[in-house]
Design a protein around this ligand. Structure first.
Ligand code: PMP
Length: 350
């Protein structure tokens, strides 16, 4: 019954997130979550909030959280914006910085939410083909346009671009360069420090992966004060309280326990390298990953086939039905024992 739907709603093709299965005994390698629990300090912080603050509205400015993020990155708190997951931060960027008159650019293979936001906010876009090996030529994005959007490391490939490539694009772009660093802590080079100098560079980050807080929904952006102001304007025209009190307290506790986080990141990187080696020995093509997942292809079996067969073994991975990457599957790095089981089951299939 679509007769009451707006024209906008009728025209939407929503993003489809990876499955969150209701069964507990699966090995879940499909949505790039961190396999380790967040810092124990997160639980303490949440307990405290439950007894003291849950009946109150949250701080709409998220001042303490912004201050904690600012301290961690060595920037002023007025250069930080926070949102309900980096998805929401990215969404707010579209009406804040892009318009209907000029096309924005992003790679043909990247996070598939970008084109969904573009359609929702009526922003025209052009996709720029990655090279054959899925690397990105900074030259291809260094041209006049309405804005550039890049995931670095890229998803679902895991490939990272060096900081100087980001700098080159920002310097050639007279509009905004938005860099989505959801996975940068797993091995990429962050562009946050470039934002001090480049007022058209906005870096978007998340607590979901590196700080094991996907369930809390906390993301943020760092950039020039003028850019942050635009995001605040958009957010406060939409919802004053995008982050609840639990999320704010959890994120503060997580970012203040960096030593804990660093140790989990180290384990994940180590397991990633072990897994990549095992898969190569089995004959898989494994793209070099700077993220917490591997993008892999077998010479004889398609990604869809293998995904289906792994599902039968209680292991879920992700596959994308898109030109150029149809043969691949994306595998999140789990714990070492989980990946040992994954390698065993996959070995039996190929
Ligand atoms: N950017 C990229 C490239 C992602 O893969 C994801 C996770 N799906 C996000 C942003 C959003 O992450 P979150 O909203 O959990 O911060």
């Amino acid at each position: 019954l679509k007769k009451y739907w707006s024209e906008l709603a009728k025209g939407l093709t929503p993003y489809v997130p990876g499955e969150q299965p209701k069964l507990n005994n699966l090995i879940k390698l499909n949505t790039n979550e961190n396999p380790y629990a967040p810092s124990p300090k997160v639980r303490e912080a949440i307990d405290k909030v439950c007894s003291e603050r849950l009946r109150l509205y949250p701080d709409p400015e998220c001042s303490r959280l912004k201050a904690a993020i600012a301290r961690r990155h060595g920037v002023g708190a007025d250069r930080v914006f926070v949102g309900n997951g980096s998805d929401e931060v990215l969404a707010f960027c579209f009406p804040a910085f892009f318009g209907p008159a000029r096309r924005i650019l992003f790679p043909d293979i990247t996070y598939s939410f970008y084109k969904v936001y573009a359609a929702f906010f009526g922003i025209p876009y052009e996709t720029v083909p990655l090279r054959e090996d899925f690397s990105l030529d900074a030259e291809d994005l260094s041209r006049p346009c309405g804005g550039v959007l890049l995931a670095n490391p890229n998803a679902p490939t895991g490939l990272a671009m060096q900081r100087r490539g980001i700098e080159q694009i920002a310097r050639h772009c007279e509009s905004l360069l938005l860099v989505d660093e959801a996975y940068v802590e797993f091995g990429g080079e962050s562009a946050v420090d470039l934002t001090a100098e480049l007022d058209n560079l906005l870096v978007v980050k998340t607590f979901s992966k590196s700080h094991s807080l996907a369930g809390m929904r906390v993301g943020y952006a760092i950039g020039h004060q003028g850019l942050i102001e635009a995001l605040e304007c958009v957010k406060n025209s939409f919802n004053s309280y995008t982050l609840d009190v639990l999320a704010q307290a959890a994120a503060i506790a997580a970012i203040e326990d960096d030593a804990y986080c660093a140790e989990q990141l180290r384990k994940i990187r180590q397991t990633r390298e072990w897994t990549a080696g095992q898969l190569q020995d089995m004959g898989f093509c494994v793209l070099p990953s700077s993220a917490n997942f591997l993008f892999i292809r077998h010479p004889e079996k398609t990604g869809a086939q293998l995904m289906q067969q792994l599902r039968g073994k209680g292991i879920i991975v992700r596959h994308f039905e898109q030109e150029r990457i149809r043969d691949f599957m994306r595998v999140t790095i789990g714990t070492q024992p989980q990946m040992q089981q994954f390698v065993r089951e996959l070995g039996a299939l190929v």
